[in-house]
Design a protein around this ligand. Structure first.
Ligand code: MN
Length: 734
């Protein structure tokens, strides 16, 4: 445990003017407050805030931040109060500690809607003072470093939250070393097998290629010193997580990854950076398209560096980053590094972050959120994976409307209110008149232009992407058509009564409704208008004594009421997995308007995350296909059988869904075991394995698995690709 004098010593090293009294008081106060509390590791709780402070001390942060780190868990976990902290340490530190207390309670891996809201709260909590986030990231870093002490059951959730929220935020703040460490520990915990496999393969590669790192390092050092450039050259291989995410992102096999080695050249001046670049490009040939000059054009988070990739010794691709020491510190610590280069910054935390790009980004983001204006950066640049299949748009009053990707202003209008959708005649996107069928982007402000007495064109139904819009359009067009038929029918009926020499009366018609098997006069008129009931039959129903020359009655079937597309309230359906013991379960799919049996297509199936479509088979039920399924072409000219459905992921539980993959693997002992273990470790079930032998060396294996969703399926495919025995993996869509 870091002792009191240790702490002071380390702060004094970079800040001779540190407020020793303040730091000492914080140390004693937090130590007393946490008292005998213990961490999961069995260590005294107080070691945790001290380690968090130590992380920040390494970044050279100001007194208030260090003190806030020491106190960060006191309000939440001890008797300490904001008032007391205000009194003892001043309101500046009190506010920081309270901000940290607030965000501690936010659950950031909850259901989507709650998560978006909590993420907004998180951003608002750090809006006042960016140091709240810096301390929070250090807090999370220490918690991740000690995650192995936490009960297994809790680890995945913490790791997931870290990967989805905190690592991207660290990246956003330019804190690359924090981000990398967070990602790698989270990855190890979430996917121990994939992480270990990649680490082992990186080791193998290193053995095979010999000392690529040492060779490049020494050749480059020599070359640079001959030219009188004073440079610090360091090589390293990429982290397992960065290798993994690249494999996943670009769906590459391990062998296809080219640049596994990265080198950093740190030099005294900006001029030196460009000189080093010249030397590197003369010595090795550069890979086209890979040179980036982030010195002349810094990234949004203030990152500056030259990037290039060259073909190095042994035809290995080698990535180089060339930068000055100051740039290097900013690359590692990001926003937190700014204090290092400002004399006044240590004493004046205000200037710590106000100047930095990361801070400006955050400020702008929050302003935008506050204005209800474009939060594009908030959503796009934080790269929160969960939001990827959605677009977030705003009403002119700032209400947030979340829609699936590909949504149009029509979807938007119906999401606001059915009446808004029905009366929509135009749209303004970000103040500009735009077609109602434009695809909406994140952060668009959408104003719907309305006109009363409109009926949505039936063609819209096939152009919108949300079930709600589609159902409403269907209903509205059906009602409009029905109203037209009813108007027509009413005229026909009136004329028939006239011909029969009777006076038409609505009251009398109502009394005759049972004889016509209709619920209302409107229904009768509509049926007559559609030709389903002969007008003479209406006359006879009202006046049974009336005689007319007999006419053939049209069959009284109203498809729009009882047919496949009758609109009842969306219901969840129960079905049984053929050949499984899973028993009855509910399919979380929206848009199933019929009390018909539902099943997944054989061979391939569909998993949450797939775009899906339902095919109606009269007398049998509905079959759910993924939209990419080739089997769907059989129904191309039967549009009546297509049913718009989508996943209702909010309601998805621990259910598993069938999918099929084809794996091409080396034919040797242990191959199948390795494949099965990889699938098993990912938490998926294997239903069936079928071998299709193709050559003495390779085998095609068809595996039926059950997964929770597309993400898990993709992760399995990537994990299998990472195996050395696996040649090819693809999903089968029957
Ligand atoms: Mn903590």
């Amino acid at each position: 445990m870091m002792r009191q004098y240790d702490l002071l010593e380390r702060v004094r090293k970079y800040n001779p003017n540190a407020n020793e009294d303040l730091l000492n008081r914080a140390y004693v106060y937090a130590m007393k407050a946490h008292g005998a509390q213990k961490r999961a590791s069995g260590d005294p709780y107080f070691t945790h805030p001290l380690e968090v402070a130590a992380i920040l001390i390494d970044m050279g942060l100001d007194d208030s931040t260090i003190v806030a780190a020491i106190l960060h868990d006191t309000i939440e976990d001890t008797e300490a109060t904001r008032e007391e902290i205000d009194q003892m340490f001043g309101p500046d530190i009190g506010r920081l500690v309270e901000g940290l207390t607030k965000i501690k309670k936010l659950d950031l891996v909850s259901k989507k809607a709650a998560q978006a809201e909590n993420f907004r709260k998180l951003l608002l909590a750090i809006a006042d003072d960016i140091r709240v986030l810096i301390v929070k990231l250090a807090d999370r870093l220490h918690n991740m470093r000690t995650l192995h002490h936490v009960p297994l059951a809790k680890r995945a959730r913490i790791a997931e939250e870290t990967l989805e929220i905190y690592a991207p935020l660290a990246a956003r703040m330019g804190m690359q070393s924090v981000r990398e460490e967070l990602e790698n520990i989270a990855f190890q915990n979430l996917m121990p097998d994939a992480s270990a496999t990649i680490a082992a393969r990186l080791d193998d590669l290193e053995k095979k290629n010999g000392a690529t790192i040492a060779r490049v390092e020494s050749e480059l050092r020599e070359e640079l010193s001959e030219r009188g450039i004073d440079a610090d050259v360091r090589g390293r291989r990429k982290s397992p997580y960065s290798v993994w995410s690249k494999m996943e992102r670009k769906s590459l096999a391990f062998e296809q990854l080219s640049d596994i080695y990265g080198f950093r050249v740190v030099v005294p001046t900006v001029e030196d950076c460009y000189r080093v670049l010249g030397v590197v490009h003369t010595k090795w040939s550069m890979v086209p398209g890979r040179f980036k000059d982030y010195i002349s054009t810094p990234k949004q988070n203030d990152y500056r560096s030259l990037h290039t990739t060259v073909v190095g010794p042994g035809r290995q691709r080698v990535e180089l980053q060339i930068r000055t020491q100051a740039m290097n510190d900013i690359a590692r610590y990001g926003i937190a590094a700014h204090s290092l280069y400002k004399d006044s910054a240590v004493a004046d935390p205000e200037s710590l972050s106000r100047e930095s790009g990361a801070y400006r980004w955050l400020q702008r983001t929050l302003e935008l959120l506050g204005d209800g204006d474009s939060p594009e950066e908030f959503l796009e640049h934080t790269k929160l994976e969960l939001f990827h299949d959605q677009v977030f748009c705003f009403t002119p009053k700032g209400r947030l409307i979340a829609l699936p990707r590909g949504a149009t202003p029509i979807d938007f209008a119906y999401a606001v209110h059915t009446n808004v959708g029905n009366s929509a005649v135009g749209a303004k996107i970000n103040g500009r008149i735009s077609p109602l069928l434009s695809e909406l982007n994140n952060g668009d402000e959408v104003e719907i232009v309305r006109a009363d007495g409109q009926t949505p064109p039936a063609a819209w139904e096939s152009l919108v992407v949300t079930g709600k819009a589609r159902a409403a359009i269907r209903r509205a067009t059906r009602e409009a058509v029905r109203a037209q038929y009813a108007g027509l029918g009413k005229q026909i009926v009136a004329r028939a009564f006239e011909r029969a020499g009777k006076t038409f009366s609505d009251d009398e018609l109502r009394k005759a409704l049972p004889r016509l098997a209709r619920a209302s006069s409107e229904d009768v008129f509509a049926a007559v208008g559609r030709g389903e009931i002969a007008s003479a039959d209406v006359v006879k129903a009202v006046h049974p004594e009336f005689k007319d020359e007999p006419r053939k009655a049209a069959p009284a079937v109203d498809k729009s009421e009882t047919g496949w597309f009758g609109l009842k309230k969306a219901s969840r359906l129960i079905f049984r997995v053929p050949g499984s013991n899973a028993g009855a379960r509910a399919i979380p799919i929206r848009g199933l308007n019929h009390d018909l049996p539902v099943r997944f297509a054989p061979n391939g199936g569909a998993v949450p995350g797939d775009r899906i479509v339902g095919i109606v088979t009269p007398g049998e039920g509905i079959t759910i296909y993924p939209i990419q399924s080739p089997a769907l072409s059989a129904f191309d000219n039967q549009p009546d059988r297509w049913l718009d459905v989508r996943w209702d992921l909010e309601e998805a539980g621990a259910e598993k869904y069938p999918a099929q993959i084809r794996v091409q693997a080396i034919n040797e002992p242990g191959t199948l075991g390795a494949i099965a273990a990889t699938i098993g470790e990912s938490g998926a079930n294997i239903d069936e394995i079928v071998f299709e032998k193709h050559s003495p060396d390779f085998r095609d294996i068809i595996i039926d698995i059950e997964v929770a969703d597309l993400k898990q399926l993709n992760a399995i495919v990537a994990a299998l690709k990472a195996k050395s025995v696996v040649n090819k993996v693809e999903r089968v869509n029957g």
